[in-house]
Design a binder for this molecule. Sequence first.
Ligand code: HEC
Length: 152
Amino acid sequence: MNLITRTAVLAALMASSTLTLAEVKVSDAVEYRQGIYKAVRWNFGPMGDMVKGKQEFNADEFSRRAANLAALSKMPLEGFVAGSYNGTYSGSTDALPAIEKDWETFAGIMSDFETNAAALAEAASAGDMDAIRPAFMSVAKTCKSCHDKFKD
Ligand code: HEC
């Protein structure tokens, strides 16, 4: 192989590997955020059952789950990357392109989610259902307001 051929082959290899790397990163980001939301549901579901009285209230469990939720609420945002939205992304996602178009609103609701989840963890640590209930409802409203606008 002469130098020019070698350079051309190398350039082609780099171009194709760069493309593959970028695609892998987008699908990793989608799986990452979906995994976080699955963990959110895992913790939020039993808390909801305790608030509604479908499951006996256990202050320790509730507090542990609320602390998990507060930590999880900080995590999904970085998984929303360019090219990862319904319509452009080739894999499966329920994330609407409106997220990219209206990033400020989306990030604002995500920030409300963090604030409300932290307040719920705070209320839960005192173990008083009268304080927990409204804090739980505020978090639930945040989930819904984001899903209504930004999730298919
Ligand atoms: C700021 C926006 C936002 C907030 C807040 C939010 N979600 Fe979501 N959620 C999304 C988006 C967008 C998706 C779709 C992700 C995807 O498919 O790539 C999603 C997906 C999910 C999924 C499906 C995960 C899967 O792939 O199986 C569950 C479950 C979920 N959210 C539960 C919740 C719950 C419970 C809350 C509140 C405690 C919450 N979400 C708060 C935006 C949000």
